[in-house]
Write a protein that binds this ligand. Structure first.
Ligand code: AMP
Length: 227
């Protein structure tokens, strides 16, 4: 199965895609995570992407398309995957269609997480994660049970994303409205859109997504589909 997650920054795409990866064995492909990893390792790609990411702007299409094309050809994607944060422009959407159809594949569903945008800035500027295991927290909504100690690994060091400041969140939202939201009619026209209210607790959003996925009988890696 090939699943796309859509929604503005902070809508919960990464959280829900990560959960589906664990539950159904579909690989989560987060272009944001992939780019952050390149940046951290100082690769050519990471250096190209850095100034865009640091300013909350979208990284050029050619960089993203090449990165995803390479990634979905890897063996672990043969059982299906979830695109979390890609495509974000019309050119990316068209490139994705072309690369999938070359392998006789297509997108099965596009899950759109809707959110109240007034809540987004609070959601994003309050989030942080464990520097050791990556477990996610929020200052107000979901702090660790014991202050300063990660629930999952006991780590004491936490980190915030450099682009989770209010100013950058506003730029990222603008980019979403200008370049990504216009893709929705494109996928609507293909009959792929499934909308989920992303404002509820994580577990409620998860149930709504599982209900959408139920008819697909997702088997993840066991399907062994070729890409
Ligand atoms: P995210 O973690 O999805 O919020 O992405 C973080 C940043 O990575 C974005 O603000 C962009 O600078 C860059 N990025 C991630 N995915 C894409 C994409 N599909 N197209 C362009 N830039 C992207």
């Amino acid at each position: 199965m090939i699943l796309l997650f859509f929604g503005p920054p902070g809508a919960g795409k990464g959280t829900q895609a990560g959960r589906i990866e664990k539950k159904y064995g579909l690989v989560q492909l987060s272009t944001g995570d992939m780019l952050r990893d390149h940046k951290k390792r100082g690769t050519d790609l990471g250096q190209k992407a850095a100034s865009f990411m640091d300013n909350g702007k979208l990284v050029p299409d050619d960089v993203l398309v090449a990165m995803i094309k390479d990634r979905i050809q890897q063996d672990d994607c043969k059982g299906g995957f979830i695109l979390d944060g890609f495509p974000r422009t019309q050119a990316q959407a068209e490139a994705l269609d072309a690369m999938l159809s070359q392998g006789g594949l297509g997108i099965d569903a596009v899950i759109v997480l809707t959110v109240d945008e007034n809540a987004l800035v609070d959601r994003i500027t309050g989030r942080y994660s464990c520097a050791d295991c990556g477990a996610g927290y929020h200052e107000h909504f979901s702090p660790p049970k014991a202050e300063g100690i990660c629930d999952q690994c006991g780590g004491h060091t936490f980190t915030r994303r450099a682009d989770d400041t209010e100013e950058k969140v506003r730029t990222r939202l603008q980019e979403y409205h200008d370049k990504t939201a216009p893709l929705l009619p494109f996928y609507q026209g293909k009959g792929l859109i499934q909308t989920v209210d992303g404002m509820g607790p994580i577990e409620e959003v998860a149930v709504a997504i599982d209900t959408i996925l139920a008819p697909f009988n997702v088997q993840g890696a066991k399907q062994g589909r070729a890409v």
